[in-house]
Write a protein that binds this ligand. Structure first.
Ligand code: A2H
Length: 253
């Protein structure tokens, strides 16, 4: 992806209840194991609006032992990178204890940090997740990400095709950021205005750009500890809250 470094905030999303498909894998771990899905995001200030978390259904993920009872479920590519960023205790070492496909974990209930949906959100499939970026786990904020909104719309329209329960994709989309040009639900507004047909619509590339720039330069927080502050200010403040509480860390690639 060109020259330069991409700085992500890696969000630790603990599991509340595993999908049946994952149980055979998880039962082989120590009984005290605490497994986190780790999502790489450029928009930590949007974490209030998480309504689900995406995996690539055809991606094979690893479960890696981090320390004590903590395990990360991420792509092996990102585990390798993390091993050279002091995220694992031993430099260059990223002990894999199990392997699991995206498909197997669909339906898992997780507890997303800061999300308004306090009883948990579901792991759902997103076919456009690439294994070669971030951790291969994408937390979904349909209010502010056109890709995420288009994907949850596809999932809601064809739940049987995607092998999910419709209600898993239908959690309420709450406004979290206001922009002068697009109101308080920028992603649904753009997707509807430009008649995006599915999550694979090529128009999404441009809409993603518009939403990102408009949110970053002109957005104001409507919720959370930094309500009323600009997105530019809130981004670093929310990131620091998450890092200081042990719910996130910095990850670069
Ligand atoms: B962002 P960049 Cl609200 N495959 O987080 C596809 N997309 C991925 C990914 C992967 N392997 N890993 C991360 N991403 C997504 C929030 C968000 C994001 C909002 C708005 C825009 C946005 C909630 N989803 O990204 O290619 C993640 O989604 C638009 C750029 O490294 C991550 O941030 O620039 C972003 O793409 C990283 O994209």
């Amino acid at each position: 992806e060109g020259i330069g470094v991409q700085q992500y905030t890696a969000i630790k999303i603990p599991v509340l209840e595993w999908a049946d498909g994952a149980k055979s894998v998880i039962n082989a771990l120590p009984a005290t194991a605490k497994v986190y899905f780790v999502a790489a995001t450029l928009r930590p200030e949007t974490m209030y609006g998480q309504t689900c978390c995406f995996v690539g259904p055809n991606i094979t993920y690893g479960i890696f032992h981090v320390s004590d009872d903590d395990y990360f479920l991420i792509s092996s590519r990102s585990a390798r990178n993390m091993a050279f960023q002091n995220i694992f205790p031993e430099w260059g070492v990223f002990p894999q204890v199990a392997e699991v496909s995206g498909k197997q974990v669909i339906g898992t209930l997780v507890e997303a940090p800061l999300s308004f949906h306090k009883t948990g959100i579901r792991i759902l499939p997103m076919e456009t997740v690439t294994e070669t970026k971030g951790t291969g786990i994408v937390t979904s904020v349909p209010s502010d990400s056109p890709d995420d909104y288009a994907t949850v719309t596809d999932l809601t329209n064809k739940p049987d095709y995607y092998g999910i329960r419709k209600e898993w994709a239908e959690l309420e989309v709450v406004p979290i950021i206001e922009t002068p040009a697009y109101g308080n639900l920028i992603a649904p507004t753009l997707v509807q205005k430009h008649k995006v047909r599915s999550a694979k619509d090529p128009k999404l590339a441009e809409l993603k750009d518009i939403a990102y720039k408009e949110g970053f330069y002109n957005g104001t927080m409507l919720v959370g500890e930094f309500k009323g502050k600009s997105v530019q200010e809130a981004k670093i403040l929310v990131k620091n809250i998450l890092i200081n509480s042990g719910q996130a860390f910095e990850y670069a690639e």
